[in-house]
Design a protein around this ligand. Structure first.
Ligand code: ZN
Length: 188
């Protein structure tokens, strides 16, 4: 039996978090062993929220009040992680999981303190930039400490993010390593 079929049977063909039948898909729950024990069947509304804590929709996730009591361990695990992400320690404290399941659930927790420190770099269009990306300069820029201008349209390859400042990246222009404001960049 394939994984999706197995999850369809387990869930009764609905989202295992909110009960919706819209846009259902299999989501592996890291650390995954590629079995139904570490995968959840979720709708297109719940899936992105599991993958990206910045998309959490607290009203939609009221469904967790029920799913935290699920008899399916992996559904409990996902509920636990989402409740943590929502800061609902009151509900987290009510959950019961054995040590093994708790360890699995904790393995996927984003450490709140480090999450707060995470700086997200975005280009002029709001596209998230990552280390190694290639960007294009959108405006002629005078480069501090040099005599040259970084011309509009110049591609900067293999950028590095400046960790403590979401508005700056580092890259080489004319062979010189410079820092550039993200608002003057477009990801290419
Ligand atoms: Zn759902």
């Amino acid at each position: 039996m394939n994984l999706e079929k197995e999850l369809q049977d387990r869930s009764g063909g609905v989202c295992e978090l909110c009960g919706s039948s819209e846009g259902l898909s299999v989501l592996e729950v890291a650390p995954s062993d590629a079995t139904a024990n570490t995968a959840i069947y979720v709708c297109s509304k719940c899936a992105p929220q599991i993958q990206d804590a910045s998309l959490l929709d607290e009203a939609h996730l009221n469904c967790l009040n029920d799913t935290m009591w699920s008899e399916t361990p992996v559904v409990q695990v996902v509920s636990y992680r989402l409740l943590n992400a929502l800061g609902r320690q009151d509900l987290v404290d009510m959950m019961y999981m054995d040590d093994e399941l708790k360890a699995y659930a904790d393995a996927g927790l984003v450490d709140a303190s480090s999450a707060n420190e995470t700086v997200v770099h975005k280009d002029a269009n709001g596209v998230v930039l990552q280390t190694g990306d290639t960007v294009v300069i959108t405006k002629d820029l005078d480069v501090k400490g040099t005599t040259f201008t970084a011309k509009r349209g110049t591609a900067v390859r293999n950028i590095a993010l400046v960790h403590d400042n979401s508005e700056l990246i580092e890259g080489r222009v004319n062979g010189v390593k410079i820092q550039i404001l993200t608002k003057f960049l477009k990801k290419s």
